[in-house]
Design a protein around this ligand. Structure first.
Ligand SMILES: *Cc1c(COP(=O)(O)O)cnc(C)c1O
Length: 452
C-alpha cells in the first residue's frame, strides 16, 4: 500500500548519549581474563602497553551506562542513527505473516558497523598522545573502519591483512590506503610472530593479531586496536540495539519476537541484542536472541567453553570463551569476518548462561537468501550479514506454516559491494559448503591450554 512506511529514521539528536553495559544487569559476572604466564586475573597494568586508560576502564567497568564523548557523537552523526527498514517486499515474496525489520549498519563510511567502535577507539588513543595504531584485518572491514577513524584524528594506521584476503581482495587494500592507512600482508617478515611462517602462507586472524600486538607492545607512541571480541568493543556497538528499540517503538511494535545477527567475534550481534537482553531481563519483552555462524567455523555451536588465547602466538590474555582452538584455521569461506576461532567472552558467557542461542548455516543457503534480499530490498548484504538474513528467512517461512505474526529483527552488519567476487563465485556455482569435520575439531581443541 502506498502509505505503508518502509523506513524508520531517527533525528540526529536521538543518537544515544550512552553506551549500555550489559554486565550491570547479568545474573552472574563473566569470568575474568587471565595472564598468559601466571594464569592470574589480568590487572589494568597488564593491558597498559596496548590500550589507553579509558578503554581499559571500559573493559572492566560494572557501571550500567558509559557516556559517549561529545566528539564521538559528533562523528557518529555522519551515519547514525542508522535506518531501520521494514522488509515489506521480502515479506510479500516470502508470503509470510511475519513482520521483518532490518537495522542497516552498511550505511557507515566503511560500509559496516565497525566504525561504531573504530571512532571511539581512535579518539581515546588520540587524547592520550598516541600517534600510531596497529591492527589486523580479515575481510578488510575492520582495517577500513580504523583507517577512516585514524584519518579523522590525524593518526597513522598500520594494518596486517590476512594473507589470503590480501591476495584476493586488492580493492580492500586500496580502500584502506585511500583512508590513509598502510597495509602489510600477514604473515609478514616485520615481526617474530610472522617470521614463524613460510612466505606465501595464507595467514589467519590469529596470526595477524599476534603481529599487530607485537609491534604495538614495542613502541611508546603506538597502541593496538581490536575490532571485535573485547568488552569495550561490544559496549561501543550497543548504539545499534538502543536505536533499534526506539525505532521499533516508532513502528508501533511493543517488542520483537526474534532478533537475529551473524557472529564472528560477536560485536555486531552483541551490540544489537544487549539492549534487547536488558529489556528481556527486566520483563518488558521476551525476544529470542539468536546468533548465526558459518558451518565452517561454528564457534558457539560446536566449540568448547574454555580459557584460550585470542591469537595464534599466545601473546594475548587467556579469555574464557567458546573456542575452536587458537591455531584453528577455518576453510576459506567468503564470510571472512566470521572466520575467527573464538567468540567474545561476554557473548560466550550469556550463551553459556542460556540467555542467548546460537545456530550455524552453510554458505550456499546464505548466498541464496542474500540474492533474494538484494532482488527485493535492493541491498547487497555482506556475506557475513547474509547468515542473519538466511536464518530470518527460515523463521519467516515457519511463521507462514503456523500463521504467527512474529516480529523479526535482522542485524544487517554491512553491505557487500566490495565482496562481489564472492557473489560471482556463487552465481557461477563455484561455492563449496565445507562443514568442520570431527577430526579437525578434535585436533584443534587439543592445543587449548588445560585450565579449569
Ligand atoms: C567484521 C564483520 C562481522 C563479524 O564481526 P563481529 O564482531 O562478529 O560483528 C560481521 N559482519 C560484517 C559486515 C563485518 O564487517
Amino acid at each position: 500500500m502506498a502509505d505503508e512506511p518502509v523506513k524508520y529514521l531517527l533525528d540526529d539528536s536521538e543518537i544515544p548519549t550512552h553506551w549500555y553495559n550489559v554486565v550491570a544487569d547479568l545474573p552472574t559476572p563473566p569470568p575474568p581474563p587471565l595472564h598468559p604466564g601466571t594464569h592470574q586475573p589480568v590487572g589494568p597494568d597488564d593491558l597498559a602497553a596496548l590500550f589507553p586508560p579509558e578503554l581499559i576502564a571500559q573493559e572492566v567497568t560494572t557501571e550500567r551506562y558509559v557516556e559517549i564523548p561529545e566528539p564521538v557523537r559528533e562523528i557518529y552523526r555522519q551515519w547514525r542513527p542508522s535506518p531501520l527498514f521494514r522488509a515489506r517486499r521480502l515479506e510479500r515474496v516470502l508470503d509470510t505473516p511475519a513482520r521483518i525489520y532490518y537495522k542497516h549498519e552498511g550505511v557507515s563510511p566503511a560500509g559496516s558497523h565497525k566504525t561504531n567502535t573504530a571512532v571511539p577507539q581512535a579518539y581515546y588513543n588520540s587524547i592520550n598522545g598516541i600517534r600510531h595504531l596497529t591492527t589486523e584485518t580479515g575481510a578488510g572491514q575492520w582495517g577500513t573502519a580504523l583507517a577512516f577513524a585514524c584519518a579523522l584524528f590525524d593518526m597513522q594506521c598500520d594494518v596486517w591483512q590476512v594473507g589470503a584476503s590480501f591476495d584476493t581482495k586488492p580493492a580492500r587494500r586500496t580502500l584502506i590506503e585511500t583512508f590513509g592507512g598502510t597495509v602489510y600482508r600477514s604473515p609478514s617478515l616485520l615481526t617474530e610472530a610472522g617470521k614463524a611462517f613460510e612466505e606465501g602462507h595464507p595467514g589467519s586472524l590469529g596470526i595477524a593479531i599476534s603481529e599487530a600486538v607485537e609491534v604495538a607492545a614495542q613502541r611508546d607512541d603506538t597502541k593496538y586496536a581490536l575490532g571485535s571480541v573485547l568488552n569495550h568493543v561490544l559496549l561501543h556497538q550497543t548504539v545499534i540495539g538502543e536505536e533499534a528499540l526506539l525505532q521499533l517503538r516508532k513502528a508501533g511494535e511493543t517488542g520483537a519476537d526474534l532478533v537475529v545477527g551473524c557472529a564472528g567475534g560477536g560485536s555486531n550481534f552483541a551490540g544489537l541484542i544487549f539492549p534487547f537482553l536488558r529489556e528481556k531481563l527486566a520483563g518488558n519483552q521476551s525476544p529470542r536472541l539468536l546468533a548465526v555462524e558459518p558451518a565452517a567455523c561454528p564457534t558457539l555451536t560446536r566449540g568448547e567453553y574454555r580459557y584460550d588465547f585470542g591469537d595464534t602466538a599466545g601473546l594475548t590474555p587467556l579469555l574464557k570463551m567458546y573456542t575452536l582452538g587458537h591455531d584453528f584455521v577455518p576453510s576459506p569461506i567468503h564470510a571472512g569476518g566470521l572466520r575467527y576461532h573464538g567468540m567474545a567472552p561476554l557473548l560466550s558467557h550469556v550463551v553459556h548462561e542460556g540467555l542467548v542461542e546460537a545456530t550455524s548455516l552453510h554458505q550456499s543457503e546464505c548466498f541464496d537468501a542474500a540474492l533474494q534480499f538484494a532482488r527485493t530490498e535492493g541491498v547487497v548484504p555482506a556475506p557475513e550479514s547474509s547468515h542473519a538474513i538466511a536464518q530470518a528467512r527460515r523463521a519467516a517461512l515457519s511463521c507462514k506454516e503456523t500463521g504467527q505474526e512474529q516480529v523479526i529483527v535482522i542485524g544487517l552488519s554491512g553491505h557487500g559491494l566490495l565482496e562481489l567476487g564472492a557473489y560471482e563465485s556463487y552465481l557461477a556455482d563455484r561455492l563449496i559448503d565445507d562443514a568442520l569435520s570431527e577430526e579437525a575439531l578434535t585436533s584443534a581443541l587439543a592445543a587449548v591450554p588445560a585450565i579449569s
